[in-house]
Design a protein around this ligand. Structure first.
Ligand code: BYC
Length: 329
């Protein structure tokens, strides 16, 4: 369904005069901060935009398990292994809440997964980058989950009820993820000179990919204007990115690490940190499917899907048998 809807999705935001009575009533509900629920009437584009964003979000949670899962067997201590295992497991749960929330819009999880596997749906650009060593695992928890929280705290107020409620639960777990990451990187930054150098290298490599997570600058964002009018997004890409930079720079300084961008400077007038733009050509190339790990990430997901077919078949056969028995009684 999504694949067909997206082809017909309009661009540009309608003004009130261009809206039908139903659309105007819908917009009024949004403007009154009412939540939209699955059985309520909604414009087709609202539904398609949500399926796209929630589907991509779900895919990101599941693909996002790969770079960290890769380090579970090599965690430096039993405690770190237990923490990482719990975190990676949480990400599967986040994917599940989000696929389930997307299903309330009439799109099946199987269809969303198929579109991901065919490269027709995206997942977050950040998971195209490799985790080369243990410091990267700390930096991912701190910077990547830190960026995700900034976005997801805002999304708790999104206009679609099931998405907003999924976000409330996800944010609670996400705070633990970011804290465990900061704790891991803190131990390295305050450790031996070699450990500190590894922490610095991880921050240097992951900083720009992390700030790309918020999407292109507002002026280049295709969906922001309409998504903000419908309160699917409550803050713009640039607002969220600035919030992330403002909260993260003091954390880098506390660790005694060098700032990863020479453009970072406190701007007294704006009351915010200035910072350099990431390489947007690299970003657009990554989201076109040319990211350094994209082929591996998709292969791992497709293999996992195929290897798990017997589990799905078994569960379905059991469910069918049970419902036939119930019907016969
Ligand atoms: N990566 O119009 P725009 C996690 C695409 S998981 C890839 O601004 P929008 C974690 C965008 O789709 C957290 N593509 O888009 C998990 C559009 O292309 P299409 C993941 C991106 O949607 C495991 C085009 O660029 N969080 O943290 O209004 C372990 C134009 O962009 C990206 C979410 O998914 C990107 N970064 O705004 C550890 C949050 N950015 O679709 C950690 C939910 C943009 O037209 N999503 N694009 O072909 C959102 O809030 C919004 O979708 C975004 C982008 C702010 C990301």
């Amino acid at each position: 369904m999504y694949a067909q809807m997206i082809k017909t999705a309009r661009s540009g935001v309608k003004n009130r005069e261009e809206m039908s009575d139903q659309e105007r009533e819908f917009q009024d509900r949004i403007d009154r901060d009412e939540k939209i629920e699955p059985k309520d009437w909604m414009p087709d584009d609202y539904r398609a935009t949500l399926i796209r964003q929630m589907g991509q979000h779900a895919h990101s949670e599941v693909v996002g398990q790969l770079p960290e899962g890769n380090w579970i067997t090599r965690a430096p201590t039993l405690e770190r292994k237990a923490i990482l295992l719990a975190k990676v497991q949480d990400e599967a749960g986040h994917g599940l809440y989000l696929y389930s929330a997307a299903e309330t819009l009439g799109e099946s999880r199987d269809e969303l997964v198929r579109l991901l596997h065919e490269g027709r749906m995206k997942y977050s650009s950040i998971f195209n980058y490799p985790t080369l060593n243990w410091a990267d695992i700390g930096a991912v928890g701190w910077l990547v989950d830190g960026a995700a929280i900034v976005n997801q705290v805002a999304l708790q107020r999104t206009s679609y009820g099931p998405y907003s409620r999924a976000m409330i639960r996800i944010c609670k777990e996400e705070s633990f993820h970011a804290r465990q990451g900061y704790h891991a990187i803190m131990q390295m930054a305050f450790g031996t000179p070699a450990q500190k150098a590894m922490a610095q290298d991880a921050v240097n490599r992951l900083w720009f990919p992390a700030i790309m997570m918020f999407g292109p600058n507002d002026s280049e964002s295709t969906h922001s204007e309409q998504s903000m009018a419908w309160k699917i997004k409550v803050k713009s890409n640039d607002e969220l990115r600035q919030q992330f930079v403002d909260q993260t720079v003091p954390q880098i300084e506390y660790l005694g690490l060098d700032l990863p961008d020479p453009g970072i400077k406190w701007n007294e007038e704006r009351g915010h940190y200035d910072f350099s733009d990431p390489d947007w050509n690299e970003f657009f190339d990554v989201i076109k499917g040319n990211g350094p790990c994209n082929v591996d990430r998709l292969k791992d997901r497709v293999d996992a899907w195929e290897d798990g077919a017997w589990v799905r078949d078994g569960l379905l056969a059991h469910a069918r048998k049970k419902s036939a028995r119930t019907a016969a009684e």
